[in-house]
Design a protein around this ligand. Structure first.
Ligand code: PEP
Length: 247
């Protein structure tokens, strides 16, 4: 079977001030013995400071979004090149909060993935169904459509990470059953294999949605789960490290 390194990514969302570097340093200092890759995605304002803070450690820093263009008249936006320049190595794209709050559809997400590659970043592309779609039995179809439409043709095992995040599980304390997670991750792997052949076996698929220290071990042991995208529990070094240790 293809070797896929476990990735535990923290999405800080719109949380964190300069004083939050205490938590960041706690994570970096607690990584001994953790085999997984660890990534923290703070708000843009903290990126450069965090990147210099973790220099020389194994902790990686990423952004939470980028604009498709390299530069130009896009007030308030940030490009992949700017994230890279600030010290980011990865970027979360198509998070459900971006899709909802900023009306991002699959075509925009696809353009942002290409921008991430252009800028030298690893994109982490989020997909996932709403509760209505889940209840209607449409979760596999929704996720299949999102993966087909938001991933460009040049995807490889080395340049793409996907995160399955059922929207109803984000920040709610609810998680799908292990069987449901395995089903969707298997669906994603299948959709990737149809398009990218053997390369699909190396593409990491993270699970996200209310991952906590007490459910991390079982979720991370599920078939085709290659790591986690963690929101709330990534804000505390002890919780984030406990999740990483469960991998
Ligand atoms: C997220 O929004 O990426 C997420 C997984 O959040 P939480 O862990 O808080 O549910």
């Amino acid at each position: 079977p293809t070797e896929r390194r476990i990735l535990i990514a923290g999405n800080w969302k719109m949380n964190g001030l300069r004083q939050s570097k205490t938590e960041l340093r706690g994570i970096a200092a607690g990584m001994d013995g953790i085999g997984a890759d660890l990534l923290v995605c703070p708000p843009f304002t903290l990126l450069a400071a965090f990147a210099s803070d973790v220099a020389g450690t194994r902790l990686m820093i990423g952004g939470q979004d980028c604009h498709p263009a390299e530069s130009g008249a896009h007030t308030g936006d940030v490009s992949a090149e700017m994230l890279k320049d600030a010290g980011a190595v990865a970027v979360i794209l198509g998070h459900s909060e971006r899709r909802a709050d900023h009306h991002e559809g699959d075509a925009v997400v696809k353009a942002k993935v290409k921008a991430a590659w252009r800028g030298g970043l690893l994109p982490i592309v989020c997909v996932g169904e709403t509760l209505d779609e889940r209840d209607a039995g449409e979760a596999p179809a929704v996720v299949t459509r999102q993966v087909r439409q938001s991933i460009p043709d040049a995807a490889t095992a080395a340049n793409l990470v996907i995160a399955y995040e059922p929207i109803w599980a984000i920040g709610t304390g609810r998680t799908p059953t292990v069987d449901d997670v395995a089903q969707i991750h298997g669906t994603i792997r299948h959709v990737l294999a149809e398009r990218f052949g053997a390369e699909a076996g190396g593409i990491r698929i993270l699970y996200g949605g209310s991952v906590k220290p007490d459910n991390a071990a079982i979720l991370l042991a599920t078939a085709d789960v290659d790591g986690a995208l963690v929101g709330g529990a990534s804000l505390k070094a002890a919780d984030f490290l406990a999740i990483a240790r469960a991998a």
